[in-house]
Design a protein around this ligand. Sequence first.
Ligand SMILES: O=C(O)CCC(=O)C(=O)O
Ligand SMILES: [Fe+2]
Length: 419
Amino acid sequence: MATVPTVALEERVEFGTAAWAKALETYLNGADLPTDTRFRHCVLLKDAPKHLNEDQDSAFGYLIDIAEGRVKAQACDCDPCDGAIILDYNRAQLLATAVLGSNPTIATRKLNDARRLAQSELPIPFDTPGLSAELKNVLRDAHDHMALRTIANPDVVQRAQALGLAQNLTELDEKGYTVVHDAFSEEFADELREEAHRNHDAAPPDVGFRATMLLKRGALWEEAVIHPWVITLAEYLLGRGCLIYQSDSIIKGPGLDTHPGLHADYGASRVAEPFPEYCVEATAVWAIDDFDEPAGPTVIVPGSFRNRRQVPPGTTREGGVLIEMPRGSIAFWHGASWHGAMPRQREGKRTSLHNAYARFFMRPLERYDDIDQAIVDRNPPVFSTLCGLDDPFGKSGYHGADFARMRYAADAKYGATAY
Ligand SMILES: O=C(O)CCC(=O)C(=O)O
Ligand SMILES: [Fe+2]
């Protein structure tokens, strides 16, 4: 039986919509607010996707108004609006979909990370100066309650453009790979590195250079797999509803040659040739340590995804381009691309995280449909989708398919390819 998340599919909402405001209002009305609480937070969201704001000349937004024991959360209709906060829709949703959790240090880092990816000092209601401790706590819990229900803007191209990823989409179209820089903080890199080395050190001898099945091995890998820039690139190539195909780390010590020759990541799935014109699998590689030449970086043949076939045996790395990138960068490639990695030529170790994603009808290498419910329940909806819990596969009963999930997948346009 596949794991069933606590938040039902019907409870999911798009950020800033009337349904989103209603869910927030319901939550706040059930919360324990001091009777004399007064709070007003009005947000106008610029550049919302067209399906939410047909009238692109006006901003779209929401209002949280708590006064005399009544809570209103609704579409913002105050015009002109005194003191409205004006935010970019797609950037603000990076925070709206970030579940901060109960550990204050991690919550602060997550908040900072969302702000860094948004390239904006996004205000958040619970940080409004002068709030009572009670109100702050209620608003903080309300934030996570909503983040657990909020889906990312389904208009992937509009989302990518607003997040500053347009050039990355062009590179994926033209070369089959791209690199996003400053994609994660030094602090997060340190946490990932420490945990990766702990996993590798705890492994039996001679198991190789990989640690796999990471989504069942700690919260920081969960956080990494839903990186909003990476998810945007993945959904661009693979369509909405894409799955995690494999989540693993690699630690490469001096002289180690992990990937001699070239390969395509389609290999494990034995995708029939010619490969489909659309992409079925794509890989993100996180440089947790620098990927410079002596570190043994990835090497890739630009445009090789257009060959639409496996790499002929014996093909060498000659003519490939090194993906050199500083720690904190993430490379992302179309899984039909011909690539390998150079041997490490100096002391020390290259630590990397490899998150591969696949179109929703593919069979992933790693199985997560039986993942602990507590793991799914502490993450936003995209995590459940990645684990394969939102689609109908493997969920038929004796009296038919899981039609609710089949409908959800159709309504959410799973598999539709933007490029
Ligand atoms: O470690 C590398 O640089 C390349 C690894 C690889 O081929 C992959 O993650 O698909
Ligand atoms: Fe590969």
